[in-house]
Every structure is written in structure tokens, then in C-alpha cells.
Design a protein around this ligand. Structure first.
Ligand SMILES: NC(=O)c1ccc[n+]([C@@H]2O[C@H](COP(=O)([O-])OP(=O)(O)OC[C@H]3O[C@@H](n4cnc5c(N)ncnc54)[C@H](OP(=O)(O)O)[C@@H]3O)[C@@H](O)[C@H]2O)c1
Length: 245
């Protein structure tokens, strides 16, 4: 079994996930680069290795049972254990004009696709990796969420939360709710599980609009993936602290 701590980051071939992999690698973690596309995965692994990260590729599509079963087997062979799982892979789903998802005209297939990736995908990956996480002395799970999932903020007319996104925002609220259920179920274990918001980050996801860099967006997830024992669990964080549900 490996001496280094082991991490798996989903959707690590680009954007915030790539920077989470970079940051964990810089902290000495061996990093599984979870990515669905072979060419994009290989390129990311090569880039990470060139930057000094002990990275290896993990073929992984969070919407496929078989792919995630295979990914867990690969992690077992590569590392035999998992110390940090970062569920970062996520999609916005098709957006209408003005980057809006209007609930009154929403294509139900968009909702299904977004929930399948952003929520069911996270449960699928987490449960497949739990046996490996349970072998760690300090297992951590981070679900990359979004402040637009905060019902408290969305219900406050004085807070500017961005456009109506009737598929994406509720998918992350659902993810937050699932995160709390895991924290409750795992309360008697050493597993800490939290949700992280990266802020508004310039990536493919946002059409490269947004004031924050992917590196800045990765910071909270990295902090939560490396929490000390006794740290928080079942909570929702951004750089400035806790986000209200
Ligand atoms: N950017 C922001 O402002 C922002 C704000 C709040 C929250 N977030 C969240 O941050 C996370 C990362 O977003 P990002 O901005 O870095 O977006 P991004 O650049 O579009 O990266 C998304 C990553 O997820 C992967 N992915 C999508 N569907 C997948 C699937 N079915 N299986 C495996 N991987 C899949 C993508 O892989 P491919 O390259 O193969 O498509 C890519 O690696 C997401 O969960 C997003 O909701 C982002």
C-alpha cells in the first residue's frame, strides 16, 4: 500500500478539477485524475506529471455504473486505499438565452441529465469508493457545489445570485441535501464530508467569464479534502466561511 496520501478528483482534466489535482499533488498526494475522455485525461496526466505531481489516469464517467465500478477497481489496484475523494465533475445543462434556465419552459431531459451527473453521479462514485475510503486513517469527501444552491441566498432579494437556473441550481441544492445525509450516516466514522463552492470561476463551464481563476476556485475544495481530524462535516463552505443552506 502507498505511503503517500491518495486522492481521486472527478472531472480533473480541466478547469477547477485540474487545479484541485494540482493543489493536492503539491501537498504530496498521489492523485487519480478522473476523466471520461481518454485523450483529455492523458494530456492532463502528462501536464500534471511535468509539474511534479504524482498523477495517474482514472477513466471515469460519473453517469455510468460500469465505468465507476471499473474506476474503483483501478483505484484498488493503484493504491489500495483512498484518503480524499473530490466529487468535482459537474454540468450546467443546456442554457437558454441570457444563460437562463426558465422553469416554465424547461426541457425535462435537461433536468434529468443534470441530476444524473451532478447528484446521482456523486452518489454512484462515493458509494463505489467508500470501501477504499474506509481504509484511510483520515478519509475526506468533498462535493463541489455552488453558492447558487443556497436557498437562503436565493430567497433574499437583497442578494445578487445570478440568473434563474431551474435545472442547475436545484441540482446543487439536491447535492447539498445528499451531503448532509452522508454526514449523518457517517457521523460515527472518521469520514468528514462537506460541500464546497468555488465562487464564480472563468472555465469552460462559464464560457470563461468570472472574476476568479480555476486555482482560486480550487482552494476551498483542497482545504476540505485535507481537513484535520475533528474538522467540520456536513457543512457548506466558500473561501469566506460557511454558506447558509
Ligand atoms: N465555474 C464556476 O464558476 C463554478 C461555480 C460554482 C460551481 N462550479 C462547479 O465546479 C465544478 C467544476 O466546474 P468547472 O467550472 O471546472 O467546469 P468545466 O471546466 O466545465 O469542467 C467540468 C469537468 O467535469 C467533467 N465532467 C462532466 N460530466 C462528466 C461525466 N459525466 N463524467 C466525468 N466527468 C464529467 C468534465 O469533463 P469533460 O472535459 O470530458 O467534459 C470536466 O472535466 C462543477 O461541479 C461545477 O458545477 C463551477
Amino acid at each position: 500500500m502507498s505511503e503517500s496520501k491518495i486522492a481521486l478528483v472527478t472531472g480533473a482534466n480541466k478547469g477547477i478539477g485540474y487545479e484541485i489535482a494540482t493543489g493536492l499533488g503539491a501537498l504530496g498526494y498521489r492523485v487519480g485524475v478522473g476523466a471520461r475522455d481518454e485523450a483529455r485525461r492523458k494530456t492532463a496526466v502528462e501536464k500534471l506529471r511535468a509539474a511534479g505531481v504524482d498523477a495517474f489516469g482514472v477513466p471515469l464517467d460519473v453517469t455510468s455504473d460500469q465505468s465507476i465500478t471499473d474506476a474503483a477497481e483501478l483505484m484498488e489496484r493503484q493504491a489500495g486505499r483512498l484518503d480524499a475523494l473530490v466529487n468535482n465533475a459537474g454540468i450546467s445543462g443546456e442554457m437558454g438565452p441570457g444563460w437562463v434556465q426558465d422553469p416554465t419552459t424547461l426541457d425535462l431531459d435537461v433536468v434529468r441529465t443534470v441530476v444524473e451527473t451532478n447528484v446521482i453521479g456523486v452518489i454512484r462514485v462515493t458509494n463505489a469508493m467508500l470501501p477504499l475510503l474506509r481504509r484511510s486513517t483520515s478519509p475526506r469527501i468533498v462535493n463541489v457545489s455552488s453558492a447558487v444552491a443556497s436557498l437562503t441566498r436565493q430567497a433574499d432579494p437583497d442578494i445578487e445570485i445570478g440568473p434563474v437556473m431551474a435545472a442547475y441550481s436545484p441540482s446543487k441544492s439536491f447535492l447539498n441535501a445528499v451531503t448532509v445525509q452522508y454526514a449523518r450516516q457517517l457521523a460515527d466514522t472518521n469520514i468528514l464530508i462537506n460541500a464546497a463552492c468555488p465562487g464564480l470561476v472563468a472555465t469552460d463551464f462559464t464560457g470563461f467569464h468570472g472574476p476568479r481563476t480555476p486555482e482560486q476556485g480550487a482552494a476551498t475544495a483542497i482545504r476540505l479534502a485535507t481537513l484535520p481530524d475533528g474538522g467540520p462535516t456536513g457543512s457548506f463552505f466558500e473561501d469566506d466561511g460557511v454558506i447558509p443552506w
